[in-house]
Design a protein around this ligand. Structure first.
Ligand SMILES: Nc1ncnc2c1ncn2[C@@H]1O[C@H](COP(=O)(O)OP(=O)(O)OP(=O)(O)O)[C@@H](O)[C@H]1O
Length: 290
C-alpha cells in the first residue's frame, strides 16, 4: 500500500503553485492521475520515486518509510522499489534489446527475470535489435520490460502511450494490463485519454492546480451511465463486459465514452479497437448539462 502526503511549492508560468497531494493506493490497485497540463501530476510521481524532494510530508510504501521530513528520512531513488516508464523511451541506443534489459539487472539478480520479461512482452524476435531499428510501440514494450527487471512492486507510467497511434496504444494497453496482473504490481498511470483510463484503471484522481479535486471509478468520473437516445454516432469499442445475461460495450466518441447494452449476437464479432456505429430510435434524446 502506498500512503503519500506531500507538499511542494512549484513554479508555474502563473507564479508559484502549492502542490498538496494526499493519496492512498492499495496494493495491486491500478490508479490514474488525470487533469490539465501543469496540474502537478508528473511532480507527484517524481516525489514518489525520489527524483524530487517534497518540502513537507511523508511517503510510506508497504509499511516502509521512504520519505519523512520530520524524521529526516529520504530513501535513495535506487532503493525505492519502483519501475518508471516515460513517454520518451530512454533506451540506450548502442545496446540491443537484451542488453538494455540486462543492464538494468541488480548484481545479485538472476538473468532468468530478463528471459521471463522477453517472453511476456513478446520481444523474442527483437532481442538482438538496437532501439533505432524499432517502432515506437516496440520501443515502449522494451521500456516497459526494462522498468520491470528489478521486479518492482510499484510501476509508474507517465503518459507512456501518448506518442503512439491508436492501434499501437490498444496493443500496449494489453501488455500493461498483463504485466500489472502477472507481477502483482501497484500501478500509477498519468493519462489524458479517457478510453485508456477506463480500460486500465480501477480508480481515477483528477488534479487541478496542485490538488486532487475529484476521485472515483472511471465510469462515474466520465459521466457514463447517463442516458443517450434517438441519435447515431460513430465511435471506437473500448471494452466489452458480460453482466448477467447481457453485455455492456463501452464506446469512445471523441473525448467522451458511453456504455451500450448489447446481446451475444451483437458482440460476437466485436473486439476492443473496432470502429462502430450506434443508433437509437426508441427514446427521445436526453440533454444533460455537464
Ligand atoms: N523542480 C521543480 N521546481 C519547481 N517547479 C517545478 C519543478 N518541476 C516542475 N515544476 C512546475 O510545476 C508545475 C507542475 O508540473 P508537472 O509537470 O507536475 O505538471 P503535470 O500535471 O504533469 O503537467 P503535464 O500534463 O503538462 O505533464 C509546472 O508549472 C512546472 O513548471
Amino acid at each position: 500500500m502506498i500512503e503519500l502526503n506531500v507538499h511542494k511549492t512549484l513554479q508555474s508560468a502563473q507564479g508559484s503553485m502549492e502542490l498538496h497531494v494526499e493519496l492512498t493506493v492499495e496494493k495491486g490497485q491500478f490508479i490514474t492521475l488525470y487533469g490539465e497540463s501543469g496540474a502537478g501530476k508528473t511532480s507527484t510521481l517524481r516525489m514518489l520515486s525520489g527524483l524530487m524532494p517534497p518540502d513537507k510530508g511523508s511517503i510510506t510504501v508497504n509499511g516502509t518509510v521512504w520519505f519523512d521530513r520530520e524524521r529526516k528520512t529520504n530513501l535513495n531513488p535506487r532503493h525505492r522499489n519502483i519501475g518508471y516508464v516515460f513517454q520518451d523511451y530512454a533506451l540506450f541506443p548502442n545496446m540491443t534489446v537484451s542488453q538494455n534489459l540486462e543492464f538494468a539487472l541488480d548484481r545479485k539478480q538472476d538473468k532468468t527475470v530478463v528471459e521471463d520479461l522477453i517472453a511476456t512482452m513478446e520481444l523474442q524476435q527483437l532481442r538482438h535489435r538496437k532501439p533505432g531499428t524499432l517502432s515506437g510501440g516496440q520501443k515502449q514494450r522494451v521500456a516497459l520490460a526494462r522498468a520491470l527487471v528489478r521486479q518492482p512492486g510499484v510501476l509508474l507510467l507517465d503518459e507512456p502511450l501518448s506518442a503512439l497511434d491508436s492501434a499501437m496504444r490498444q496493443k500496449l494497453q494489453q501488455y500493461i494490463l498483463e504485466a500489472h496482473k502477472k507481477y502483482g504490481l501497484t500501478t500509477i498511470l498519468i493519462s489524458h485519454d479517457i478510453g485508456e483510463i477506463i480500460k486500465l484503471s480501477d480508480k481515477v484522481y483528477e488534479m487541478q492546480n496542485g490538488k486532487i479535486v475529484r476521485q472515483g471509478a472511471p465510469p462515474d468520473m466520465f459521466g457514463l451511465g447517463k442516458t443517450s437516445a434517438k441519435f447515431r454516432f460513430t465511435g471506437e469499442v473500448i471494452r466489452i463486459q458480460k453482466e448477467d445475461v447481457v453485455y455492456v460495450v463501452t464506446i469512445r466518441i471523441g473525448n467522451d465514452a458511453v456504455k451500450v447494452i448489447a446481446d451475444q449476437s451483437e458482440v460476437s464479432h466485436l473486439q476492443p479497437g473496432d470502429k462502430v456505429a450506434v443508433a437509437s430510435k426508441a427514446f427521445n434524446p436526453v440533454i444533460q448539462k455537464i
